[in-house]
Design a protein around this ligand. Sequence first.
Ligand code: SF4
Length: 375
Amino acid sequence: MAGLYLHIPFCRSKCIYCGFYSVANLRQKEAFLTALKKEILLRRAYLAGQPVRTLYFGGGTPSLLTGDEIADILQTLTDTFPVERDAEITLEANPEQLTPDYCRTLHDLGINRLSIGVQSFQDAVLRFMGRRHTAAQALEAVRNAAAAGIDNLSIDLIYGVAERPDDQWAEDIETALSMPIRHLSCYALTPEENSILYKQIQRRTHAPVDDEQAARQYGQLCRRLQQTPFRHYEVSNFAVEGYESRHNSAYWDHTPYLGLGPEAHSFNGQSRQWNPANLGQYLHNIEEGIHFEEQEMLDDTALYNETLLLSLRTRKGLDLPYIQSRFGAERIQQLLHYFHHSVNPSFYEEEAGRLRLTESGLWFADGIAGDAFEL
Ligand code: SF4
């Protein structure tokens, strides 16, 4: 089984917190689409004929593509790779593009999952973040998508925003729960190094992010969602049973995937390759038939560390018999010794061959995994 990821590197403007690569104009959209189709053919052997179970249009803003452009890409992909008939096909979309017509077009093209960048239902917070939509547009977008028959809907929200106190965050959670969604991704506001917010904090025109507020609002979120059908299945992700993101779950399970477009990464089980985070350089590389910009071979230690990090971020946790058979009994002994002696017992549980973080432990997942890394 394998996955396909397409990075669509265009946005109308840059949101202040965003660290993903995109350009804030559409001038090279046509050249990009031509290159993307070339790249699909260039990389056709990468997945060695494995069936493709998930297809993900990320970015950037994939909803800036027209229906015809998406249809053309899908046709090239299905002509080139064995995409399964019931593959999960996700498209990231911004609310302002999700008109009733566009949603129907996406549905008719076979897009069966939308990940909608709502971020907040408060206009002041949206303006602060540099989002182009209003709260009313976000509500309308979700309803339009549901009315078009796309039943697997996810929205993204951001918490830990100084401009939104806890009571307003609680309102945002309630509004999200009143929507016809099956999946919720919630991220703490993080000033990524190449983001506008990062520069504002450096220049002291914005206060640093308040970690205590973020932790408190994460707790609010977890407690409220415990009273709903949403299950917390990864640090930042909650889903009604059966609606967990297949694409992301495969990534966390180390399933091979091919990433296409600028900044996209690929993974084949032993090594990782990536494209330049630069549209001009990407277009040049594809023109020259260059498969990727850089590559990293993952040795046993790197794969082990990644397995720890990715698995501990999920509620499924670590599969101890798998770790033992894949990485050796000595590592299991060291790992269990670390947990039993250095990790707060309320942060993890061991059951039926699995070691998983509890809901309170998940907040510290990256630190707990990092301390267990083999150097
Ligand atoms: S958050 Fe989304 S819409 Fe905003 S700049 Fe980043 S990729 Fe573009």
